[in-house]
Design a protein around this ligand. Structure first.
Ligand code: C2E
Ligand code: CA
Ligand code: CA
Length: 289
């Protein structure tokens, strides 16, 4: 959406510049060209990033609010390009547009499931792994096979893997998307609705999909840092999720008050900097296994 915004702004600026005369126009054309080249450069580098082994996964613990026990992790990708570490927000949109996300996404699945297998060797805890899926990946013909192969290869029960999809992905209403989601669910993997609360559709509308978990977006969690937090909205959402017998996870828990509030209204699991930031595999082992 930031690229969309940029183009919209560039358009507005261009029309304004046209009104002002030729020099301004060429300035804005140069700016757009610069942005285009920047994205092009990212795309070129992304195309070889896999073979150059430049991606890593960080793992953010997911915590039970009652016992404070860790029950699972969410894998979050990072890209080390040259001396820079890029966040997914900087490169996933480019990867989606170029469809490079399919290969990158399959790498994420293999890496995350392998990691679970490695942790099984040293720890008794059968923790679960949450993996983000881009809507583009739902049309990757190799996706299902990739999931199945890695589960078999690393001897992981499907129910320990939860795939996170946003509402946009669910509603990208290609018959193909819902078929693949159903197939992933039929394999025995779990499906989570990510970033809930940021979109516009009602939860009941989304129930035609085999959803197991709802992840409540951080923008819906009252921070308790000012007075006008909307605690009632969150309580209502959680009640609704409970009524539908789905599991709830609150994201972006940044302080004790947020954690307490979520626990009191019956949120099942918590995730956020207050509990732990995303960690390297090593850091995670040292702190949680
Ligand atoms: P997301 O799935 O909603 O992931 C949660 C994001 O919130 C992560 O950002 C995480 O680091 C951040 N976060 C965690 N706790 C807190 C907190 O307490 N406060 C705040 N302000 N933020 C918190 P990250 O790692 O930069 O990832 C951004 C987005 O990129 C993810 O949002 C997800 O949509 C996407 N992404 C990450 N990894 C992958 C991947 O492997 N594949 C795909 N397709 N997308 C990915
Ligand atoms: Ca997620
Ligand atoms: Ca999220």
């Amino acid at each position: 959406s930031s690229a969309k915004e940029l183009f919209k702004n560039a358009d507005i600026a261009m029309y304004r510049a046209k009104g002002l005369g030729r020099n301004q126009l060429s300035f804005f054309e140069k700016e757009m060209q610069r942005q285009f080249l920047f994205n092009y450069e990212i795309e070129q580098k992304l195309a070889v990033a896999l073979e150059k082994n430049e991606f890593t996964l960080l793992y953010q613990p997911i915590i039970n609010p009652e016992s404070r026990a860790m029950t699972g992790v969410e894998s979050l990708i990072r890209w080390e390009s040259g001396s820079e570490i890029l966040s997914p927000e900087q490169f996933i949109p480019v990867a989606e547009k170029s469809r490079l996300i399919n290969g990158i996404g399959r790498w994420v699945i293999a890496k995350a499931i392998k990691q679970l297998g490695d942790w099984d060797e040293t720890s008794e805890k059968p923790i679960s792994m949450s993996i983000n899926l881009s809507p583009v990946q739902l049309s990757d013909s190799k996706l299902l096979q990739c999931i199945e192969d890695n589960l078999t290869r690393y001897d992981i029960l499907p129910e320990r893997i939860e795939f996170e999809l946003t509402e946009t992905a669910l509603l990208a209403d290609v018959a193909q998307s819902s078929m693949i989601i159903q197939a992933i669910s039929d394999l025995g993997c779990r499906i989570a609705l990510d970033d809930f609360g940021t979109g516009f559709s009602s939860l009941s509308h989304l129930m035609k999909y085999p959803i197991d978990t709802v992840k409540i977006d951080k923008s819906v969690i009252p921070s308790f840092e000012d007075k006008d937090h909307d605690a009632a909205l969150l309580s209502g959402l959680v009640k609704m999720i409970q009524t539908m017998e789905l599991k709830s996870v609150a994201e972006g828990i940044e302080n004790e008050k947020m954690a307490d509030f979520c626990r009191n209204i019956g949120v099942d699991l918590l995730q956020g900097y207050y509990l732990s930031k995303p960690l390297t595999a090593k850091e995670f082992e040292q702190r949680f296994l």
